[in-house]
Design a protein around this ligand. Structure first.
Ligand SMILES: [Fe+2]
Length: 287
């Protein structure tokens, strides 16, 4: 049966200074600010159309999203995640990071025949970021196509979110639960460490080699490549076949919450909250 997960819609990060977060993500990453609400400590930035990054400065006795309060949704206090850039924009990214005074590390993830480098750096709050090149002509097509930005020549030419990496305290239980309770498509596991790759799409696919697909990586608590940590109590949004996820998560007995717009929120036993939402009508396949 195909996975009901369609694509990555967004991610929420906890920050200790909202304005500094907006500055970093607007200037260095080039994201456009769509909502700035200092009273609730929330800023929403657009990555590409229909994909967002939310910054949340936690305020005592206040929730980032009142609809999610009953599930105790937070945002990740630390997390590793990755961005897409067009493959031929990749090499120019180091000079732009240098110009912003951001220290970076380059790690080769491909092979001598087919290089696939990653650039790793940290935001001002300790979240671990990565840049990966995407082959825009690749036949593996996510529903939200990576899109090269126009303007903001001093910023990184971000074309989409690529991956999020979450930590799970009970790794074996996670590898059973994520496919069963939500339908995430398990693509592979590594031999040498607890590291599972889930394809955010209908079928498990092979990662790497410039794929434009999006990914959920799930680890046990560990320091990964370039000193990056998996996320704690993350809040992540996915486009999905919501009725299908409701059925499987309900069968699993997980705490659910119906949200407006046909969305469904589920609190995972590891403390992450996943929001599953239908595709916006303009992205639906024409009948
Ligand atoms: Fe990564």
């Amino acid at each position: 049966m195909p996975s009901p997960i369609i694509d990555l819609a967004g991610l929420t990060l906890e920050v200790n200074h909202l304005e500094r977060g907006v500055r970093f993500y607007s200037d260095v990453l080039g994201l456009n600010l769509r909502r700035f609400d200092p009273d609730s400590g929330v800023a929403v930035l657009e990555v590409i159309p229909h994909q967002t990054l939310t910054l949340w400065q936690p305020i005592t006795r206040q929730h980032n999203d009142p609809q999610l309060a009953v599930l105790g949704a937070r945002g990740a206090s630390h997390l590793h995640y990755a961005w897409q850039v067009a493959a031929d924009d990749f090499e120019g990214c180091t000079a732009r990071l240098d110009a912003h005074g951001v220290h970076w590390q380059r790690i080769e993830l491909g092979t001598p025949e087919r290089p696939d480098p990653g650039l790793y750096f940290f935001d001002p709050f300790g979240h671990g970021l990565e840049i990966r090149g995407v082959d825009l002509q690749d036949q593996r097509r996510p529903r939200l196509l990576p899109r090269r930005p126009s303007g903001k020549g001093h910023s990184l030419p971000i074309a989409g979110l690529r991956e999020i990496a979450l930590a799970f305290g009970d790794y074996p239980a996670m590898t059973r639960r994520l496919p069963r309770a939500y339908g995430f498509a398990l693509a592979s596991e590594q031999d040498d460490r607890n590291f599972a790759q889930f394809t955010l799409g209908p079928q498990p696919e092979q990662d790497g080699n410039g794929t434009p697909r999006r990914w959920l990586y799930a680890w046990d608590p560990q320091v990964g490549l370039a000193g990056m940590l998996g996320g704690d109590h993350a809040l992540a949004h996915f486009y999905a076949d919501v009725p299908e996820v409701r059925r499987s998560a309900g069968t699993e007995g997980l705490p659910l919450r119906e949200l407006d717009g046909g969305r469904l929120a589920v609190r995972d036993p590891d403390g992450h909250v996943f929001v599953f939402q239908p595709l916006p009508p303009e992205l639906e396949d024409p009948a």
